[in-house]
Design a protein around this ligand. Sequence first.
Ligand code: HEC
Length: 112
Amino acid sequence: MFKSIPLSIKLFILLFVINAIFVVASYSKPNLETFNRGEKIFKANCSGCHLNGQNLIKADKPIIGSLKLKSKGVLKKFLESPPQPMPKYDNITSMDAQFDSLYEYLIMLMGK
Ligand code: HEC
């Protein structure tokens, strides 16, 4: 079946597939800068109660594996009106770059 396809077309398809793999790989590669920024924000704001993604106040509500990480939108809403005694974080959610970094950091380390 493949014998009937000219070599040049086979090569073209091969290159296309290789290229597609590189494009996908570079998109899914965690960006170190984003990760570092997210880590800083987490350490400054969250780790007091959520050391290593756990929950020191309500042990049954850790960040690790939390459904609140399902999407950016869900986490954003949660941080803007969390249940007491967790403080709200409009200061973070109001700044896209900050919030995005925090989100990326959380899903990289604590997502499912
Ligand atoms: C003062 C302590 C405190 C701080 C600081 C804090 N949290 Fe929380 N967090 C809590 C408590 C308590 C809960 C459980 C709330 C409840 O009753 O559902 C919680 C719950 C959560 C949950 C949901 C877990 C689940 O699935 O139920 C997420 C996600 C979360 N926090 C993220 C964060 C992030 C991100 C930060 C920093 C920006 C942060 N928290 C800062 C105390 C805190």
